[in-house]
Every structure is written in structure tokens, then in C-alpha cells.
Design a protein around this ligand. Structure first.
Ligand code: FAD
Length: 403
């Protein structure tokens, strides 16, 4: 097979599918590589244990791509409050949508809902070709074309190849874009739980010495949880009986919503940090987790990825209007300049939070012992946290603005 298009996107997860749809709607011919088309069926009977807390800017991007409505028809839960604390009675930080004049602070959406809603639109787009079974073995640049050579000698070429193939990006590896990685020495335990007293449309975040526990509201009485803790404790939480897991979790949440009871499976994901040194090369760009992976505290990963896709889109449209090659290094550098600083800033802010509350932080121990708690010392960071949660303080690409 010899296939040629304007843009090849490797990876059709949340970020790659968003990029493919955005590019196709602007008239680019897109080839999308993804091992399998995700299921579009929806019964809503059970919950996906992987969810995303989407900012209002991500909502706007997905609205502008005509995806939001179908996500809401499946399941998307708006949350109006966020409550951050370390120990009951030791100060807490609460912020509400009404404080910032917004109807909500964002939505919690299952990853499979986001992916299925994007792919539903993709299937209606005649200028996206989905290729499922290709194993890329090398990537070469020839003139103004980037060529993907497959293990069966098929060649796919395009002016631009976008790596949206996640943290273990093979595009990044094959073109030799280096990335620094490190482990947080934590795993994130994820599952869905039912709350005895309902979720109060509130995202709860407790900072414990072992790591943060996030309770993200779903419907009225469920939470999707991300409990970041040591790998040993994570494994023991996953393997514990439901009864003892429920007990430990309810205690860890200080029963702010009453007893919590697990529904369905539990899993633990190792938490790693990754920063690609460069996001672009002649004819190649990285977006989403292929370029940056951050701590799931405050759930920002996919929001940054959507901003990458939307910003790259702006740059490509501008290049086309000026008759520049969309794969030219000068063009792609504009994307990198627009996104890398913000991604690094959010990454550092999340690391700052994590370290501030970690076990071996002497300043925090003192704060705790003095009984001052989270509120006093977090307030300088509070506004930053709000801005990050709301997706503010960033150059907003066209798709992130209300059309
Ligand atoms: C425990 C946990 C909780 C999280 N919670 C949140 C949250 O609340 N909010 C948030 O914003 N983020 C959250 N994240 C992060 C978020 O899940 C990621 O940022 C997001 O999945 C990145 O999307 P992506 O499309 O870039 O990559 P991925 O989701 O990794 O998708 C990559 C895609 O590429 C495909 N692929 C891979 N290799 C190839 C190949 N060689 N050829 C073709 N296709 C390929 C894969 O099949 C996949 O579909 C969380 C992460 C963890 C671990």
C-alpha cells in the first residue's frame, strides 16, 4: 500500500482523535493510525474507571467540534465546587463556580465517552482514512514529505506526521526526539464508588502524607476516585476485599460524603512524569501525552493535550493561508513556542502541590503541628490552582473560543 495525505496522525486516543477531527473539518486530508476503532455503543450500565476532569476550555473545544452534545447524551457530570483539605478541622480550601461567575468548574467524563463521541464524528468525515493494522518501523523525511515505513514495506506519506500515540510514543522514539522521564514513586488507584450521602456536585481532593486522594463526582451519588499512594499501598488497596477497601477509603475521605462503597473493578496505574525536550522536527510534531505526562492530581493531562491539538490547528491553518508547507520547521516551531511553556508551567505547579504535601516536607509538618492547615499556606497557590482547574491563564486557540 502506498498512501498519501496531508497529515498522518499516529494514535486515535482522546487527543489524536480530537486532532484528526479538527484537521478534517478544516479540509485537510487525514490518515489516522489506531490499532482498533473504539466501540461507539453505549448502554451506560457501568462506569469506565478512567475518567477526565475537563476544563471549560476543553468543553468549548469539544463543542466547536460538535462532539459535546453526544458526550452529554452519553454521560458527563458538571461539578460546581471543589474542596481541598488535608485534615478535618485543620483548614480547608473551597472554591465554587459562583465565585468565578461560571455555571460550573468543569465536567467529569469517562474516557470511553470522550473517545466514542469523537470517533462518532470521525466516521462521518469522508476525508479521514482510518488505518488499523500498521506497524511502523521507520520514519524518514524526503523533500517536503514525511514517510512512515511499515513492517510489511507499505509506505504512508504526508506533509506532516503527528505523534499522538501516548506516553510510550513510537513516533517520538523513531524520530529520535528525546524525553526525560521520572517516576513519582506512586501509583494511582482508580475505581468508581457509591457515596452514601451523594457527591454534592463537588470534586474533593484530600492531600495526605502518602499522596493525594481525588474524588470526582459522577451523576448524583457516585465518584470516580484517583488515590495516589506508594506502589505497596496501591497494590494492597487493589487486592483488598471490598469490605476492607471500602473501610480504608471511607476513612481516607474522612467520611465527607458518608460511607463509600466500590462498584466494579479496581486498578492501579504507575504515575510517571515525562517531558519531551522538543515537540517538533521537520515534518513531525508531538501532541498530548507523547509530548508531556503530568501527575493526575487536578486532572489536567488531556486538557493540555486538547490545547496542543487546537493550537497546532491554528498554526497549520495560518501556514496554509500563507502558502507555507505545513511540515516546515519554522511553522511547527510556532506551535512548540505556543504550547511548551504552558505545559511545563502546569507540570511544575502540580509537582509543587505534590511536594508541598508530601510526607517528608518539614515545612508542612510544622504547619500541621501549629494547626494552621492547608488554608493559610495554600492560599497563594489557590488562585493558581483555580486557574489551572478552569484552564485559564493560557493563550487560548481559536477552537477554545466560543464560535
Ligand atoms: C490514574 C490517571 C488518572 C488520570 N486522570 C485524568 C483527569 O482527570 N483529567 C485529565 O485531563 N487527564 C487525566 N489523566 C491523564 C490522561 O489520561 C492522559 O493525559 C490522556 O489519556 C492522554 O491522551 P492521549 O490521547 O495523548 O494519549 P493516550 O490516551 O495514551 O492515547 C494514545 C493512543 O495512541 C494509540 N497508539 C499507541 N501507539 C500506537 C501506534 N504505534 N500506532 C497507532 N496507534 C498507537 C493508542 O492505542 C491510544 O489510542 C489521568 C491519567 C492517569 C494515569
Amino acid at each position: 500500500m502506498n498512501d498519501s495525505s496531508d497529515i498522518i496522525i499516529v494514535g486515535g486516543g482522546m487527543v489524536g482523535a480530537c486532532m484528526a477531527l479538527a484537521a478534517a473539518r478544516e479540509g485537510f486530508q487525514v490518515t489516522l493510525l489506531e490499532p482498533r476503532q473504539p466501540s461507539l455503543e453505549w448502554t451506560g450500565d457501568d462506569f469506565d474507571i478512567r475518567v477526565s476532569a475537563l476544563t471549560r476550555t476543553s468543553e468549548t473545544i469539544l463543542r466547536n467540534l460538535d462532539v459535546w452534545h453526544s458526550m452529554q447524551q452519553r454521560r458527563a457530570t458538571a461539578y460546581e465546587n471543589m474542596h481541598v483539605w488535608d485534615r478535618k478541622g485543620f483548614g480547608e480550601v473551597h472554591f465554587a463556580a459562583e465565585d468565578v461567575g461560571a455555571p460550573n468548574l468543569g465536567h467529569i467524563v469517562e474516557n470511553r465517552v470522550i473517545v466514542a463521541s469523537l470517533w462518532e464524528q470521525i466516521t462521518h468525515q469522508a476525508n479521514i482514512k482510518h488505518v488499523a493494522d500498521v506497524e511502523i518501523v521507520s520514519i524518514e523525511r524526503e523533500g517536503d514529505q514525511t514517510k512512515l515505513i511499515a513492517s510489511n514495506d507499505d509506505v504512508l506519506s504526508a506533509s506532516l506526521v503527528i505523534g499522538a500515540d501516548g506516553a510510550r510514543s513510537s513516533v517520538r522514539e523513531l524520530v529520535g526526539l528525546t524525553a526525560s522521564t521520572s517516576s513519582y514513586d506512586q501509583e494511582g488507584v482508580v475505581c468508581t464508588v457509591k457515596a452514601e450521602q451523594g457527591n454534592a456536585s463537588t470534586a474533593w481532593q484530600r492531600f495526605m502524607p502518602t499522596g493525594p486522594l481525588a474524588l470526582l463526582p459522577m451523576n448524583e451519588e457516585y465518584f470516580s476516585i484517583v488515590w495516589s499512594t506508594s506502589p505497596e499501598q496501591a497494590q494492597s488497596l487493589v487486592n483488598a476485599s471490598e469490605e476492607s477497601f471500602n473501610l480504608e477509603l471511607t476513612q481516607a475521605s474522612e467520611a465527607v460524603c458518608g460511607k463509600l462503597s466500590v462498584v466494579g473493578e479496581r486498578a492501579a496505574f504507575p504515575l510517571r512524569k515525562l517531558k519531551a525536550e522538543r515537540y517538533v522536527l521537520d515534518g513531525v510534531a508531538l501532541i498530548g501525552d507523547a509530548a508531556h505526562v503530568i501527575h493526575p492530581l487536578a486532572g489536567q493531562g488531556v486538557n493540555l493535550g486538547f490545547l496542543d491539538a487546537a493550537m497546532l490547528m491554528d498554526v497549520l491553518i495560518e501556514a496554509r493561508a500563507h502558502r507555507e508547507s505545513i511540515g516546515a520547521m519554522g511553522v511547527l516551531r510556532r506551535y512548540e513556542r505556543a504550547r511548551k511553556g504552558h505545559n511545563l508551567a502546569v507540570q511544575s505547579a502540580m509537582d509543587g502541590f505534590k511536594h508541598l504535601f508530601s510526607n517528608n516536607n518539614p515545612a508542612l509538618s510544622l504547619i500541621r503541628n501549629l494547626g494552621l492547615g492547608v488554608a493559610h499556606h495554600v492560599s497563594p497557590l489557590r488562585r493558581q490552582f483555580e486557574r489551572v482547574a478552569l484552564g485559564e491563564g493560557v493563550a487560548v486557540p481559536s477552537l477554545g473560543k466560543r464560535l
